[in-house]
Design a protein around this ligand. Structure first.
Ligand code: WTA
Length: 673
């Protein structure tokens, strides 16, 4: 890793940011990085000293096996220690740090008229009351609680309440369908579901309670009735809104099962002793798409995740006490878990918690919010940047963005054009852009610039975070040195890496560790340039990234083939101006059915219902037959080329019927959008 001297344009850290930064220059980064690898014990011990431990660790900071040929894969952090996440992110600040009056969240509703300010003291008292409510509903240490909520403060209280009593939360993004919610509840065998009556997303009213009822009904039909209680939050904004739309929400009620949040909370005490957990007890499960189609329940544990989200947040956003930080992600994804809930709270930060969408009620909403709260650190996704770029400079110019100091990007590779616009127009050429590469599995940033230390190359996630040792492997699993491209893998764990796939350790080992023994395989391609900078080249498995959300082609194919008239389906990605990638689907119909607009609508509906609106296909094309090898394997490479209209097909000799390809090209124009 060197400071590059090349011809490319390099963006150096602004000197005023370097003055008080936690990692003030590149040589400090290199020194700390070296220490984190050479002496991880001392490095992580120093981080752990920031926190409260009911019982100190008896084992080393990190123990692991990453080599399947040597036995089971495991990672342990601070074995023997006892602590509580909730205590460390709330009580510690309120009781020991005098931050009770400090703002934890500026909540900004879907409509600009709705907002409120919540202090650390208030988060603590709501959380304790919620923890007592959960206990009342029968939740005990180790039980799972599914959470299906919009971006409201109660979502954070519920997560922290689970953490306080040692229950394991499983947050399900509130844009998922009832089918997806059911699948996740069943896999986790949750005993309680926490949801809300409904929420506005832009102009659209979403009836969350109804979706939850449907999900629970589906669980029952499939023979699983683990959920015995459903806690329902009355979203007051809906109730107090005048007009008719709120009355549309007819909340059905099962009086044996359903409990109103308000009623339960009003009788509940603010005193709740935290449950002292083992360092390696599970904190949460979060489902992410798996390439076989079945989502994986990624498990994170208490101590390692605390240390890692704390330190990455502190260094990557160079957190300072007077910052106002805003991450636009939804808490239903890992970005929200690590960088709206846990990382910022562990640092005692003040964050904006935003319920709405970037373009409601107008396309300047993000900029308006930055001005309103004087946001200093702003973290969003390339898909949002590309969307807002379309509206030009005008919406930006209406607002004062001079408070901004650092900009962040996450979720997918950021293309240079979007990077430039973000840097020049949003950051006014003043704010470093931290392009953070990581995954649900990694728990926190693993490749990322540090804003006052790292010279930036647009589009590169630059260098590893402390404790992280990336490398590039070729097809044979050999490490390639210097300038190289191949599989991006990690050689050893850091405290925040996932521990297992929920109730399926074998799947965990198979997915991440079997291909190249001794390494954690990310599933992403990576390139290292001559200066040692890392560039993510995209997924190398059958996953695709739509607007920063990972989807597996297999899960969309499974949804399409549920349609009674579809005999086969194959899904590939196609580049998309705003979403990064989009879904291009090929379907082979059974003889009885014509491929027409109605069919396309039915198929889109099928996918929306099965997975959720984020998976809605952009293109569906009729495929009288699919290109297959003689052994019957679909050649996706060819389908990708058809989707992109690239006619230079190369070698087709392995196809059992090469004529299929011409037919597919000829039917392209009929692909419905
Ligand atoms: C992609 C999101 C390039 C990558 C935090 C990864 C990125 C997947 C970046 C994980 C980035 C995330 N540059 N690609 N800065 N950040 N990705 O689990 O393909 O939802 O494997 O976690 O997103 O997505 P996940």
């Amino acid at each position: 890793m060197v400071v590059p001297e090349s011809q490319e344009k390099i963006y150096h850290p602004p000197p005023d940011l370097q003055r008080d930064a936690h990692v003030p220059d590149f040589s400090s980064y290199l020194e700390m990085y070296k220490k984190s690898l050479e002496n991880p014990e001392a490095f992580w011990k120093e981080v752990a000293d920031e926190f409260f431990w009911k019982k100190p660790a008896t084992g080393p900071m990190l123990q692991y096996n990453f080599d399947v040929t040597k036995g089971n894969i495991f990672v342990k952090c601070m074995e023997g220690a006892k602590t509580n996440m909730c205590y460390n992110v709330l009580d510690r600040h309120v009781k020991e740090g005098n931050l009770g009056e400090k703002v934890a969240y500026y909540w900004e509703g879907n409509s600009p008229e709705h907002h409120k300010t919540i202090t650390y003291g208030q988060v603590l008292s709501h959380t304790c009351r919620c923890a007592n409510v959960l206990k009342q509903l029968g939740v005990k240490k180790g039980d799972r609680v599914s959470i299906y909520l919009p971006m409201i403060p109660e979502l954070v209280y519920t997560m922290l309440a689970c953490a306080r009593i040692g229950a394991v939360h499983s947050v399900v993004f509130a844009g998922f369908s009832s089918e997806s919610l059911c699948e996740r509840i069943m896999d986790a065998q949750s005993s309680v579901l926490v949801t809300a009556d409904g929420v506005y997303r832009g102009d659209k009213l979403i009836n969350l309670k109804q979706i939850s009822d449907e999900a629970l009904e589906k669980c029952r039909e499939k023979g699983s009735s683990s959920v015995t209680k459903c806690l329902v939050i009355k979203h007051h904004v809906l109730r107090t809104k005048t007009g008719t739309s709120c009355n549309k929400l007819q909340t059905s009620w099962d009086s044996d099962r359903d409990v109103w949040w308000d009623e339960a909370m009003s009788d509940s005490s603010e005193e709740c002793e935290p449950e002292w957990l083992d360092a390696e007890d599970p904190l949460f499960i979060l489902y992410t798409s798996g390439s076989t189609g079945k989502p994986k329940g990624v498990v994170h544990t208490v101590a390692g995740y605390l240390l890692y989200t704390f330190l990455t947040f502190k260094c990557v956003f160079d957190h300072q006490p007077h910052d106002v930080y805003w991450c636009t992600a939804d808490i239903g994804w890992i970005t929200g878990h690590s960088y709206i809930t846990y990382g910022p709270l562990a640092n005692g930060a003040s964050s904006v918690l935003f319920e709405g969408i970037p373009v409601h009620p107008h396309v300047g909403r993000f900029w308006e919010i930055i001005e309103k709260y004087r946001v200093t650190k702003f973290y969003t996704a390339p898909t949002a940047i590309r969307l807002l770029m379309k509206y030009g400079q005008e919406p930006l110019q209406k607002y004062d963005l001079s408070s901004l100091r650092i900009l962040g990007s996450v979720g997918e590779p950021i293309n240079p054009e979007a990077w430039q616009w973000y840097y020049e127009e949003v950051g006014q050429g003043r704010c470093p852009v931290v392009d953070t590469f990581w995954q649900t599995e990694t728990g926190g940033h693993v490749l990322t610039p540090l804003p006052a230390a790292t010279p930036l190359k647009p589009g590169s996630a630059t260098f590893p975070f402390f404790g992280v040792e990336p490398t590039i492997l070729n097809e044979h699993g050999e490490e390639v040195e210097g300038e190289a491209e191949g599989y991006l893998v990690f050689r050893k764990p850091w405290p925040g890496i996932m521990r297992t796939v929920y109730e399926n350790h074998e799947r965990f080992e198979n997915i991440y560790f079997k291909k190249f023994p001794g390494f954690y395989v990310t599933g992403d391609g990576g390139r290292r340039d001559k200066d040692g900078y890392f560039w993510i080249t995209g997924r190398i498995d059958d996953m695709l990234n739509v607007s920063g959300h990972l989807l597996s082609t297999a899960e969309v194919e499974a949804a399409l083939t549920l349609h009674p008239d579809v005999s086969e389906a194959a899904v590939v990605s196609r580049p998309h101006k705003v979403k990064g990638e989009c879904l291009y689907c090929f379907v082979t119909l059974k003889d009885r059915r014509e491929f027409d607009k109605k069919m396309v609508e039915e198929l889109k509906k099928m996918v929306r219902e099965k997975i959720g609106p984020i998976a809605t296909p952009d293109f569906i094309q009729n495929a009288p037959a699919l290109p297959k090898t003689r052994s019957g394997k679909i050649m996706r490479r060819i389908l990708r080329q058809v989707a992109r209209n690239e006619r230079d097909l190369g070698d087709l000799s392995t196809l059992s019927d090469p004529k299929v390809v011409e037919v597919l090209f000829s039917q392209r124009s009929e692909a419905a959008t």
